[in-house]
Design a protein around this ligand. Structure first.
Ligand SMILES: C[S@@+](CC[C@H](N)C(=O)[O-])C[C@H]1O[C@@H](n2cnc3c(N)ncnc32)[C@H](O)[C@@H]1O
Length: 482
């Protein structure tokens, strides 16, 4: 909550967009708004609420939004619960999920790995209970309400359900090959780098070091220290979301299994025009960054294969995928190995975060995909294939792979990965699975191949699969293994 007790409410905002998209829309219409401390866009509602640090910033924002040429109604309203303020205080509906003001502050490890206090066996049990619960609620409950047309070979009762438990990861500590560390003030006000101690919506903008985080590798921890030394020597402020000011924003680290890393440092290009002009970072700063990240395997245990600066001045946490990337030295990508296959990975492309865990997962998926009951090799649909890792991992065991992904560059990477691994039985289709799957099944006569011979692997983004993709899969008689 603000000290002045009011917030801005915008009405007629697009209903079905999330907070990140709403921030981007607001930024597009108004440009930078100084002093935002809370941003609340309830999904499926047409209101957007913004709280500012000062009455002056609220008034400036109000004027900008009003003249912003969007079909919005904007007014200033009183905040509810004024007087019941707590440290995280906002009037968002998720208040129950937030840390209460009388609870001791959480450590970074408690925030990012909330199960870390349990043994690994206890964590697996916890995961199993959660998953079984979800399956019961979503799968069997839907089955009874007949939301889906479950036909033959689909499990129809809990007794038939062949639950094999949660398979443990072969690596438990330091397994993450991809991390984003935030540059911000720590609790004492010092420019620092680490993980945020909560979310912005909870009113948390400070970071703490990552040394206690078990899932972060020694290499990443060492790189966080290098970044801290760079921040200390350079002297610029870290980015502050509240007033949209500051230079250092983030450090992204990617590691492979060959003691190599890619480092991309995100900066705010609007901070100081002496530092960045026309999308080019000044030579002095480039040299300083190079000096701190000039790593070699002998002294640092890891070789920096590529060093980049990402320019991003927007207010949301996630920079758009096409944000300007300036290469300071090295290569555009490095190679990661899964099983006997090699994959090109660039700083911002999707890749499974636990390489050894991915091998285990793909191995099991591959084993199941072979159990088709047919004498012939299966045909594989790799839905949401990304850069093709799952299908390519199975390529020697299947007759043909059809990979589908809506991201053109991911499809291009998949084609290159197939070539680099001498895989000749893979074909990639760029398009939304919900739009291209049905036609593909028809065009390649996949609906009529021997029953059971067609196998699908799906690895959709968090939002899940489009219902049309599910329907196409469920209605395809030759496909009984998903
Ligand atoms: C979790 S990633 C999986 C990538 C890949 N299976 C891998 O492990 O490397 C999800 C992928 O789904 C793709 N995607 C998202 N929506 C899609 C859609 N509607 N149709 C097809 N692909 C989609 C994204 O581009 C992304 O590559």
């Amino acid at each position: 909550m603000s000290e002045h007790g009011t917030k801005i409410c915008i009405q007629n905002f697009k209903r079905q967009i999330n907070g990140k998209e709403a921030r981007e829309k607001l930024f597009e219409v108004t440009g930078v708004l100084d002093g935002i401390i809370l941003f609340d866009k309830p999904y499926k509602r047409t209101q957007l609420y913004i709280t500012f640090n000062t009455k002056e910033n609220e008034q400036l924002a109000y004027d900008k939004i009003k003249s912003g040429n969007a079909n919005w109604k904007v007014f200033i309203q009183e905040e509810k619960n004024k007087g019941k303020r707590n440290r995280e205080g906002d009037d968002n509906n998720n208040a129950s999920k937030k840390q209460k003001s009388d609870e001791p502050p959480k450590t970074v490890s408690q925030v990012v790995t909330p199960l870390a206090h349990l043994t690994y066996e206890e964590q697996l049990k916890h995961k199993e209970t959660q998953h079984l619960d979800l399956i019961k609620k979503n799968y069997f409950a839907k089955l009874q309400s007949r939301d889906f047309d479950f036909t033959k070979n689909k499990k129809t009762s809990e007794d038939e359900f062949d639950w094999r438990g949660i398979i443990p990861s072969p690596v438990i500590n330091g397994y993450r090959n991809n991390c984003e560390f935030t540059c911000a003030k720590d609790d004492s006000g010092k420019n620092s780098v680490g993980f945020l101690l909560g979310s912005f919506v909870e009113g948390k903008t400070t970071v703490s070091g990552v040394d206690d985080c078990l899932h972060i590798s020694q290499t990443s921890k060492m790189l966080v220290k290098k970044m801290q030394a760079l921040i200390d020597e350079a002297g610029q402020d870290c980015y502050n979301k509240v007033d949209n000011k500051g230079f250092w924003r983030q450090m992204k680290v990617r590691e492979n299994s060959h003691q190599e890393c890619l480092v991309a440092i995100q900066i705010n290009p609007y901070y100081n025009k002496d530092l960045v002009q026309d999308k080019v970072l000044c030579e002095d700063m480039k040299n300083l960054i190079r000096k701190h990240f000039d790593l070699n395997k002998e002294s640092d245990g890891v070789l920096c294969k590529g060093l980049f600066v990402q320019h991003y001045g927007g207010i949301s946490n996630a920079a758009p995928i096409d944000s300007y990337l300036e290469k300071l030295c090295g290569q555009d990508s490095f190679v990661e190995t899964l099983g006997s296959y090699k994959f090109n990975v660039s700083p911002y492309s999707f890749f499974q975060v636990n390489s050894r865990g991915a091998e285990t997962l793909y191995g099991i998926a591959s084993e199941w995909a072979m159990q088709t009951g047919s004498d012939q090799k299966p045909i594989l649909l790799d839905v949401c294939c990304g850069t093709g890792t799952i299908g390519l991992f199975m390529s020697s065991k299947v007759e043909k792979i059809f990979g589908i992904d809506n991201n053109e560059s991911a499809c291009r990477d998949a084609e290159q990965n197939a070539k680099a691994n001498q895989v000749e039985n893979a074909q990639y289709i760029c398009g939304k699975a919900e739009e291209v799957l049905r036609d593909l099944l028809k065009k390649e006569n996949l609906n009529t191949v021997e029953e059971g011979r067609l196998v699908a692997v799906v690895d959709p983004p968090r939002a899940g699969l489009h219902p049309n993709v599910l329907k196409a899969i469920l209605n395809c008689n030759s496909l009984t293994c998903l």
